[in-house]
Design a protein around this ligand. Structure first.
Ligand SMILES: [Fe+2]
Ligand SMILES: [Fe+2]
Length: 362
């Protein structure tokens, strides 16, 4: 039995122990389960850090290779556009810059200039010309990498776009972008060897990992920056139904900016690439949100978020789990992960086919 971090899991691995939700001890996946892409995303959805894998089990070899090899031509096309090439270069440059500046703040008590941190992110969104295309770009950008810094910029970009979708004004969007950028600042204080530890974390060590929200708040607390930014660091793991941490806050007790960061954070964790595949298809992520229930998130934020993502892909070609291919022509607001697809001359309303889902954007 060995400990494996959630982002390193691969379908076909066998769970050696039950996995429980950290706060209410609800059984999420039981021992003996052979992991699939979906179970792994579900673990990410519940912010599970690591699980125990049965090393003696050998997965049956996959019959058909469906993975990066045929990285959808859609993503391939996007990756060749000048717009994307620029986005990628800017992203990488900003990640380096951000890493240096943040380390100065956390480890050397340097000053935190929120404006100069946020400026490059705002510019990246501006340069795309259309905020919705940021999602597309992130989807195509993803390479396998779990750096806190990359994650922070992803969350920041998602917050920025979501703020615009929610019709926040420029100043509010700016603060929200900064809140996304700094939400995990406390993670820099978690010792690296703890994250990489091969054996099971002790209760105490788990507590240290979970404490990053509180630690981040302590780093920011006395700085002259917007209170929403501080609250987002403290409260981004809180959930509307009280199931989050560290303070188990509920509903209106949670800062509204923290509620938005929470959505961007979990979406990024779910869709980010794994060792065995590229980015998770947005529709798979959306259906996971719909199935697990939206009660953990502020409904006006989560509904706008999911609906706008789906809208981004209207008229795109997709492949369904039964192998059919077609174009998204009509979005169902009640079931966002199940739009109507035009396959040849036929219109397939996915709400009528519980067993069929969108598997990939092509
Ligand atoms: Fe976090
Ligand atoms: Fe995060």
């Amino acid at each position: 039995m060995k400990r494996v971090l959630t982002f390193e899991l691969v379908p076909g691995m066998k769970l050696a122990k039950n996995v429980y939700n950290y706060d209410n001890h609800q059984l999420l996946v039981s021992a003996g389960t052979i992991l699939t892409d979906e179970t792994i995303s579900r673990l990410a959805y519940y912010s599970i850090i690591d699980v125990h894998i049965d090393e003696t089990y050998e997965a049956e070899p996959e019959e058909e290779e469906t993975g990066e090899a045929e990285a959808s031509s859609y993503v391939e096309r996007l990756r060749r556009t000048p717009q994307f090439i620029k986005f990628k270069a800017d992203f990488e440059e900003n990640a380096d810059l951000f890493e240096k500046r943040i380390n100065q703040v956390v480890k050397k008590n340097g000053d935190l200039h929120v404006d100069s941190l946020v400026e490059p992110v705002l510019k990246m969104v501006d340069d795309t010309g259309n905020p919705s295309s940021v999602f597309d770009m992130l989807h195509a950008l993803r390479s396998y990498d779990d750096l806190t810094y990359m994650h922070s910029i992803n969350v920041s970009l998602i917050c920025n776009v979501l703020g615009q979708w929610l019709k926040f004004d420029d100043e509010e969007v700016r603060v929200l972008t900064a809140a996304g950028l700094l939400h995990d600042i406390g993670k820099i204080l978690v010792p690296g060897d703890l994250i990489a530890k091969p054996s099971k974390l002790t209760k105490y060590e788990y507590a240290i990992v979970q404490r990053h929200a509180y630690d981040g708040y302590m780093v920011l607390k006395d700085l002259d920056i917007n209170e929403h930014i501080k609250n987002a660091a403290l409260m981004h793991h809180e959930r509307m139904d009280g199931s989050g941490y560290p303070l188990h806050l509920k509903g209106e007790q949670i800062d509204s900016y923290a509620k938005i960061v929470a959505i961007a954070d979990v979406y990024d964790a779910m869709t980010s690439p794994r060792v065995y595949r590229g980015a998770l298809c947005p529709f798979v992520a959306i259906s996971l949100f719909e199935r697990e229930g939206l009660q953990k998130y502020e409904s006006k934020y989560i509904l706008t978020f999911l609906e706008c993502i789906v809208n981004t892909y209207l008229l795109n070609r997709v492949r369904l789990t039964n192998g059919m291919e077609g174009e998204i022509v009509f979005i169902n607001r009640e079931f966002l992960s199940k739009p109507t697809i035009k396959v040849g001359d036929a219109y397939v309303d996915l709400t009528q086919y519980p067993d069929i889902a969108i598997e990939k954007i092509i």
